[in-house]
Structures are given as C-alpha cells and as structure tokens.
Design a protein around this ligand. Structure first.
Ligand code: ZN
Length: 836
C-alpha cells in the first residue's frame, strides 16, 4: 500500500518539477508578436516558477507599456510601505489616441442626456483586479500572462477585442501583502518541490500575507475607504465607471474554482435583479472556458453578494457588475490536495483563463452592459429627483473632526456634500456650521448614500459571509436626520479638517474638552513633553463656558517650561490635533474649582500589545493603526514567542486583543503578576473568556446553548450559522459621569458587535457605565435567541486584580478603521483607567 502511494507521488513529482512555460497558459491558436518581451525576459523566471515579487511585477508591466502601443502605465499612489499602486490601461492604439474622449463619453452614459448616446459604437470598460489578499497570489501572477497576451496576441479576434474594450488592469490590489507572501513562498521553496502539506512553505508565519501593512483585510474597505490602496482604487473606479469589475481570489487547497453568481438568497436588496442576471450570463463564458481546459468549478453557492465593502459587491451598487473568482490555493509551489497535486501554474492558468473569458463576455455583451449602466443611472436619476428637496444632515456639535471624516468618505464616492447655511436644531439635536454636513438626496450617487445610511433589521436569509450592517452615521456616533435640502448653502469642494487654535494666552491655566476626535493625540503630545495635565471629573463652567466631563486642564504655574513657551507649544498641539484650547484667567469655577481634587493627575501611557500566534491580526492591526496613524501614540507590539523574555515593568497599559485559540501558561503567569503589581490590562472579545477561565476576572456570562428540534442533518449548517452574530449594530445606555464615557455628549451609544459573549451587569448600577438597552438592535442581523440574551447585559467591565485592573470589552471598538464612534472608549481606558 505504502509503495503504491509512493509510486503515485513520484509520477506526479516529475510532472510538478517541470519548469512551467508560457505556452502552458496561452491559447495555442494565436500567434504572438516577437517584439513584446515575455515575463521571463524581464523578470528572469517563468510565470509560476517562482512567486513574483511586487517590484518585479512592476518592472514587467512597465516594460510592456514601453514596448506596446496598446498599453499605458500609471502610478496612482503608494501603499503604507511605499510601493507603487499601478494601473494599466489596455486598448487598441487608435483608442489610446482619444482615450480621454472615450472616458468622457463613457461617463456621459451615467448622466442626463445619456439616451442620445449611441451605445452601438462605444467600447465597454472592464476593470480586472488581482490578489487583494496577498497570500492568494495566483491572480497577480496570472496578471502578467494576461498583460502579455493582450500586448502580444495577434489576429482579428484580439484586434476586435481591443477595439471594443478598454481594460483597466490592476495587477496587484495589495502590493505589501503580495510582497510578504512572495518572500515566504520563495524562501521556503526546495529545488525538489515538496507537495507535503506539512512542509513549512505552506504554513506562513503570523500575520501572513493576506492583509496589508497594518493587517487590514482590504477586501472589506471598498465602502469605508480608509486605506491608501482603497483610496487610489475607488478614485479609478469613479473615474471610469467600469461595466464589469473582477476580483480574483483563492480559497482552500481542496477546493476547485468558484465564480459568481453566489447564493441567490444572499444578494443585497439594493442590488438590481438585472445585475444578477448579467452575472449569470457572464458565468456561461467561464463555464465554456473552464470546460475546455478540463478544470473543475462551482457556482451559485457558498459566497454571497451582500456587503458593499467587498470588491465583487461594491460595483453592484454603482451600475456595474462585480465578479468574484476563487481558486483553490496551492499556497506555495505545489501541494497535495483531494483533487491530486495542485500546482501553482495550474492555479495561475485558471485565473488567466477566466480573465480571458471575462473579456470575451464583455466583448459579446458589450452593448447590453452599456445599456444596463445607462438604464441604472436613468432609474437612479428619477429616484433622486423624486426626493428632490430632501436631504440628510449629519454632524456632532462637539466633534468637527469626526464629522469631517464621514464627509471625507462621501466625497471619495463622489457624493455632493453641502455646508449648512447656519446653525439649526432638528429633532432636539443641534447642527452647527463646521460641525455638520448636508447631503441632498437629489444627486447621482443616491444609491451609495442609501447603502451607507440605511438601517436594516429584516433579512431574506440568516447567513452572512461577512457583516450584516455598516450604517455609517452609527459607526461614527453621529447625530443625523432628514431635513429640507434648502438647509444646505454651498457645495463643499475644499473639505478641510478644522483649524486648531489657542483662544488666548494665559498665565493661569488652559482647558480643552475631550469630545473632539483627536484630543487623545493632543494629550499624548502634552504628557510626552513632561507637562502636568489633569482631567476634570465634574462638569463646571468658567466665564460663561461650560466644560463637560473629561475636560483636560493644564496649569501654567510650576511647569518645566515658561508661560510663553507653553503658549507656543500648545498652539502647535492645537494645530496638530485640530482642537480648540481655551486660556482662562481664573481657577474659580461654577461647579468645581480648578484646584479641586476632582481634577485627577494624568500619567503618560506606555502601551504594549500582544501579537503573534493565538491573537487575531485584524484586531491587533486595527489598534496598531489607530495608535500609530491617527493618534501618533507609540505602541509596542510584543510577540508571544518572546513574551517570556520581556520586562513588562516599563509599560502601564497592556492590550490583549481578540484571541484565536488559547494562549500558553507562559502568558498567563507573567501577565497576572504584572497586573497584580499595578498594571492595567485591557482585554477584548474572546480574551474575555480567556481572562475569565484563567482567573484574571470573575464575570457571569449568559450562555447560548440551543437544542435543535425538527432540524435535519442537511439543515444543520444553516441552523448553526443562523446563531452567528457576524457583525451588527446595537444600542447601549451610557453613564456620562463614568470616565469610560468621557468625551461622549449623549446618553446612548451605538456599538459594533461580532461576538456572542454576554456579560451580566453588576449589582451596583454605578458599575455598569455602558449597558445594552431593552431594545438594542439598531441595524443588522442577530438571532432572536441571542437578541433576548443581549438585552440588559454590559459590553464593558472594570475589575481590580491585586494593585492593578482588568478592563473588559466584549465588542470591537476599532472595527476596520471606520468605527470612529467608539475609538474614544479605548482611549479612555488607556488614559483614565486610574479613575475607574
Ligand atoms: Zn481572498
């Protein structure tokens, strides 16, 4: 038996060892121009022989653009690690000669007067994107073959394709992740390719190449656009409004190949039915192409088309057709699978083949796709003009920066935003100029506005591939409501963050309230400079101005710098953090005087976070990004692998973010000793369970056992899936006098939750500063059973352990960089834990 297996492997081994050749990928009925360089001639190896690094990929694409009059190469910006974000425009040379005219004409399809355009003569626009998950590399490697094919292919068919199509080729959606993965796969490659699943090559080290520099899943950021890669890409999307956008991924090694449509019951209701019909029609071209090369595939199941933050779903709300491809992954160069040996070249060939069948579909369905887009925008326009005179206002009278950041997202989606004519109150909320924005409903991208602002609590299906809600004004903790569009005065074309200032020089004290988004950044600069600062734990007023809970006070007397230097320094701080700092001339206040013990002395936070195996890189990356990019606060990432050797004494705050699996005893003992000696430990999501079972905290959790009744074996997966809270938005009541809520102006807050951890409230009401209401669901899906359990529980707790403290959050306050509304809860935990 053993011998037989060996023999089988050896036969396949020799197959896998053969160096792949370009001919393996390319259709053989075509001839190819000899004046166009092949990938090997430029990058030094065949496609599929090694994993292409991003720099080599760029080198090749530039060489093609140089050699071919069918291709232009654009650099659209850079990643966090400074890598180029390229875009290739590929079309017939005669189209290149009037490419701007073609683009303008294409955009007119979505404008008033589009009915006069003759779609019979217009090229179709196809955006083809690859490997947004860096460790799903067959896409980016196939992009080289695709670009070569389009540059070098000869004959009437390819000429016809290029005349009728403008191809926007985005060869690497995620340059930093692709580079990280190529390094891994290449450095572990053996001369004798080893398909053994246990081989190190197929087991990347933490955090892997899927994500970008800050460990974000970029295929969730198409709607929030918080990352530089997404910003360039979304700009290109709106610049061209492609008719088809493709998103090439990989899935598990034992899988075959998937193309959309996905689950029919899991399409977002705002997506037109015709979109799915077109997706189905395009799929027939993939069927034919994959049949012809003998590759297995599936469609119509598993994946969905619900969250507009994904690459294959975002186009669907924009009159375009998004297509998801998923190829079973060889992860490295060749791996054993249930379908036999899965080679890297094989995965590349399937991606290339479906990239070509996409273009064939686009060529054949050209006019239909153009007409669909025209029709989509015509319907959108009549919807928009039907709500003429109506608008949405959003804002926060205490936080101009946060309001700016939501307006910034709208602007990236080419949504028109207006400044209010003046301050006004609507439904009890105050909307101030500079702190709020008006979004008229009568505008082109009304569908994106709906997709961003709507709340939804009923669904056709109870399974979700990703989150079920993302209502942006809730994520930003904004006031928002419908108003008359006449509230808007001037369209904002030069959106800007508020200018910070110090109102007056003082010889006594400076004060700033804690509401503005960037106050944690300001406070860090102040404390880092060695300046004494205190936090007010009562509401007080001086000179007719009321200062809310959490106001920061900086006395002028007895600092290590002079009053003049302090004034100059605070001006810089105010400018950098976009806040207003008030100079006051007296310590006598209504409420609490500035010298009162109600002002607590603040310490410089020295923060560390656990990373590495057992920790979710997403959650850890969100926190790293928040500290580093938003607040300029250093945070030390400590991997569990060398945690035992680290002296924790230099830190006063340690963050244990969401855990995957369990952490070893070497973490538990050391961390517990550190807390008992006075440290503050902040634990998130699953870490709550770990901290409970390892005796850091005593919490009562509501359990969620549920017994299946009348559920068949076939229905088991759906039954269990329906109990998953994949990501929804819930309301909690807050006690504003508790330091965890400093800087929040209202008595309620919206929280993002994707766990089923339900903490019982404390008997003493003052120990429950945040508590879910009796009717907490604001937007998204949760099962009835879990919703019942959630009511009245608490998402946050503080407990003492020795001389230290443990702070628990069951919810993610930093979700995907766009949950601006709850970032301050973490910052309050970091700065004010001493007073809890
Ligand atoms: Zn993927």
């Amino acid at each position: 038996m053993k011998k037989l297996v060996l023999l089988f492997l050896l036969v396949h081994f020799s197959y896998a060892q053969e160096s792949p050749h370009l001919d393996y990928y390319l259709p053989q009925h075509l001839t190819y121009r000899t004046d166009i360089p092949t990938p090997k001639q430029v990058i030094g190896h065949e496609v599929g022989e090694w994993h292409v690094t991003h720099d080599k990929l760029i080198e090749y694409m530039k060489a093609l653009a140089e050699a071919s009059d069918r291709i232009t190469f654009q650099e659209r910006g850079t990643t966090y690690e400074g890598r180029t974000l390229p875009l290739l425009v590929i079309t017939a040379p005669e189209n290149h000669n009037r490419i701007e005219e073609i683009r303008q004409q294409h955009l007119r399809l979505s404008e008033t007067g589009a009915d006069k355009l003759d779609t019979g003569n217009m090229p179709v626009v196809v955006y083809q994107g690859f490997s947004i998950h860096g460790n799903e590399p067959s896409g980016s490697n196939a992009a080289m073959v695709l670009a070569y094919y389009l540059a070098a292919g000869e004959g009437p068919a390819i000429d016809d394709l290029l005349r009728n199509t403008v191809i926007l080729l985005d060869p690497a959606f995620n340059p930093d992740g692709l580079q990280r993965f190529a390094y891994w796969a290449n450095t572990n490659k053996s001369k004798n390719l080893n398909p053994d699943n246990n081989e190190r090559e197929y087991h990347e080290v933490w955090p892997g190449g899927r994500t970008n520099h800050y460990w974000f899943d970029m295929n969730r950021d198409w709607l929030p656009v918080q990352l530089p890669e997404s910003r360039s890409r979304i700009a290109s999307f709106h610049r061209w409004l492609p008719n088809i956008l493709t998103d090439h991924h990989e899935m598990g090694t034992n899988s075959s190949f998937f193309f959309q449509p996905g689950e029919p019951s899991r399409v977002h209701p705002l997506t037109p039915e015709m979109n799915q019909q077109l997706t189905g029609e395009i799929a027939q071209f993939h069927v034919k192409a994959l049949d012809s090369i003998g590759s297995l595939y599936f469609s119509g199941e598993n994946y969905d088309d619900f969250y507009y933050g994904k690459g294959s779903t975002f186009p669907d709300i924009n009159g375009s057709v998004g297509i998801l491809f998923e190829q079973g992954s060889s992860r490295g160069h060749v791996q054993e699978s249930e379908n036999g040996l899965l080679t890297f070249p094989f995965t590349i060939r399937n991606q290339f083949t479906t990239a070509i069948s996409t273009l064939e579909a686009a060529r054949n369905m050209r006019q239909k796709l153009l007409d669909y887009q025209r029709d989509f925008y015509s319907k959108t326009r009549s919807e928009a003009s039907g709500s003429k005179g109506k608008a949405i206002v959003f804002g926060d009278e205490k936080d101009a920066s946060k309001a700016y950041h939501l307006a910034e997202i709208l602007k990236q989606h080419q949504i028109k935003v207006y400044e209010p004519a003046g301050d006004f109150t609507e439904k009890g909320k105050k909307y101030k100029k500079g702190y709020s924005y008006i979004v008229p409903r009568n505008q082109k991208n009304i569908r994106i506005i709906d997709a961003m602002f709507e709340t939804r609590t009923t669904f056709a299906d109870s399974l979700f591939y990703d989150i079920s809600a993302w209502t942006f004004p809730l994520a930003f903790d904004m006031d928002y409501t419908e108003v008359n569009a006449s509230r808007g005065d001037r369209e904002i074309t030069d959106l800007q963050l508020p200018k910070g200032q110090v109102t007056a020089k003082s010889n006594y004290a400076y004060l700033f309230e804690w509401h503005e988004y960037y106050t944690p950044k300001a406070l860090y600069k102040i404390l880092k400079k060695g300046i004494r600062a205190k936090v007010g734990r009562r509401v007080f007023s001086i000179a007719d101005k009321t200062y809310d809970y959490g106001t920061i006070m900086i006395p002028v007397h007895n600092q290590h710098i002079s009053a003049d230097e302090l004034y100059t320094f605070l001006q810089d701080v105010a400018a950098a953090a976009h806040i207003k700092i008030h100079g006051v001339t007296t310590g006598s206040a209504t409420g609490t005087d500035l010298g009162s013990g109600q002002f607590g002395t603040l310490e410089l936070p020295e923060v560390a976070i656990l990373t590495g195996n057992g920790i979710s890189p997403y959650d850890a990356g969100e926190i790293w990004h928040l500290f580093d990019q938003r607040y300029d606060i250093p945070i030390t990432k400590i991997d569990e692998s060398y945690f035992s050797r680290v002296n924790l004494d230099r830190y006063n705050v340690f963050i244990l973010t969401n855990t995957w699996g369990s952490l070893g005893p070497h973490i538990q003992d050391k961390l517990q000793t550190w807390v008992k000696n006075g440290g503050t430990l902040i634990g998130y999501r699953n870490a709550v369970n770990w901290l409970k079972s390892n005796d850091f905290v005593k919490v009562d959790l509501r359990t969620t056992d549920r017994v299946a009744k009348n559920i068949t074996y076939e229905q088991e997966r759906d039954f269990r899936g329906a109990q998953v809270t994949g990501g929804a938005i819930f309301q909690a009541d807050t006690d504003r006098s508790h330091p965890i809520n400093f800087g929040y102006k209202d008595h309620t807050i919206a929280l993002f939750r994707n766990t089923n951890i339900f903490m019982e409230p404390d008997e003493q009401s003052y120990n429950n500063p945040i508590r879910y209401t009796d009717n907490p669901l604001l937007s998204g899906y949760i099962s009835e059973e879990n919703l019942d359990k959630l009511k009245g529980t608490v998402p946050f707790k503080v407990q003492r352990l020795g001389r230290g403290k443990v702070l628990l959050f069951t919810d993610n306050t930093n979700f995907r960089a766009f949950w601006f509304g709850t970032n301050k809860l973490l910052m309050n935990a970091v700065y004010f834990n001493k007073f809890m």
